[in-house]
Design a protein. Structure first.
Lengths: 101, 284
């Protein structure tokens, strides 16, 4: 399915995206929500979301609303997978210990 | 929807349509939804520009990859080959191109402002008279430097020079020469020139010639009576190559009538003709 975790390029921007999810790991977030939390530009954010999704760290689905009744288009929601949560937790823990993941 | 929103929407759509085919619909819907959540037209425009960046990065990451996911409503996870892992080099090149274009635009703008603000200094004109010895060969114009004064006088008086030696000096009357076969006595002769108060030659530099940057030397031939007045209309003895400059020299010569210094022979003013040159040159 996804590519091996070791191929995920961990940059500072990637860490900021992961950090945005780790506040409430079970909450699904749209790209706009992640952007507010991470303060990344859209040109940086969306490629990272797609990379992490392709690596199996994220899953995504469409928001379950009726656009006509809600008065706005449905959003794409991302959430951490168990793999992503595990890897992100390890990653930040290793940074806390001062050891590269 | 106002114009900026419409523009941002078009921008986002065009960015999404440039993405890999299997992601186009998904990205377009996703980005338009996120665009609607952004407050302010500036944020929307920035979002649209960012989507183009994102498209480039995504195309670089996923171009030619086997995209297993579709952009439909199902909760698919993307599976693709990640060939290089980064879009850094392309971004860096693009960044340098943008910075370079800004630098060129700034340079051009600055230069344009400097040229516009720099006052146009009119050229300084200098007109000068050049002494002209009455020789049979017209003198060529000298170098255009260093003249600051009018010099049209005092050619060296030849010792023992007989009038008959100089064909351009009007011959004296026979009565003055004495009887036939009698050698005339040597007479001290001082050629005429421009007297005190002669008009400023600079005032006669034709404005059109100044604008055109014309410069040159005009030789003017004048005939002057003992009182320093012109006895005939001055003529051009040596044209400068510019009709404007020649005309200016003639006007100057006419305006100076009465202010010429007559030729003297033995201290006595006499009628004479001589040539002087007027140099028109621009400084600066």
């Amino acid at each position: 399915m996804g590519k091996p975790d070791r191929e995920v390029r961990i940059s500072l921007q990637t860490l900021r995206v992961l950090e945005a999810f780790l506040d409430n790991p079970t909450d699904p977030l749209s790209g706009a929500d992640v952007q507010k939390r991470s303060r990344l530009a859209s040109g940086t954010l969306y490629p990272i979301l797609l990379r992490l999704e392709s690596a199996g760290w994220f899953s995504s689905r469409w928001e379950s609303i009726d656009p006509s009744s809600a008065g706005r288009p449905r959003r794409r929601l991302y959430r951490l997978t168990s793999t992503g949560l595990s890897r992100a937790s390890e990653l930040f823990a290793s940074f806390a210990r001062g050891v590269p993941a | 929807m106002n114009t900026s929103d419409d523009l941002a929407t078009r921008w986002v759509r065009s960015a999404a349509r440039a993405a890999p085919a299997t992601l186009r619909e998904r990205l377009e819907e996703e980005w338009l939804a996120d665009l609607a959540a952004r407050p302010g037209w500036l944020a929307r425009m920035r979002f649209g520009a960012g989507c183009h960046w994102a498209t480039h990065a995504i195309a670089h990451d996923f171009g030619g990859a086997q995209l297993a996911a579709v952009a439909g409503g199902a909760d698919h996870a993307l599976a693709f080959h990640h060939p290089h892992g980064t879009s850094g080099p392309r971004r860096t090149v693009t960044l340098f191109v943008i910075v370079g274009l800004h630098a060129i635009a700034l340079y051009a703008l600055t230069r344009g402002i400097v040229i516009t603000l720099r006052p146009e200094v009119p050229p300084i004109t200098q007109v000068r008279f050049v002494d002209h010895h009455e020789t049979s060969q017209p003198r060529l114009p000298g170098p255009l430097t260093g003249f600051t004064q009018v010099v049209v006088d005092q050619p060296p008086t030849p010792g023992g020079l007989k009038f008959s030696d100089d064909l351009r000096i009007p011959p004296p009357s026979y009565g003055e020469l004495g009887g036939m076969g009698t050698d005339p006595a040597p007479v001290h002769r001082v050629n005429g020139g421009l007297g005190a108060g002669f008009p400023s030659a600079e005032d006669f530099y034709p404005p059109a010639a100044k604008r055109l940057g014309e410069r040159g030397v005009t030789a003017v031939h004048v005939c002057v009576d003992p009182l320093g007045r012109l006895t005939s209309d001055p003529t051009i003895a040596g044209p400068s190559g510019s009709l404007r400059l020649d005309e200016g020299a003639l006007k100057l010569a006419r305006a100076g009538s009465g202010l010429y210094r007559p030729t003297t022979e033995g201290g006595q003013a006499v009628k004479s003709c001589y040539t002087f040159r007027v140099r028109f040159e621009l400084q600066g």
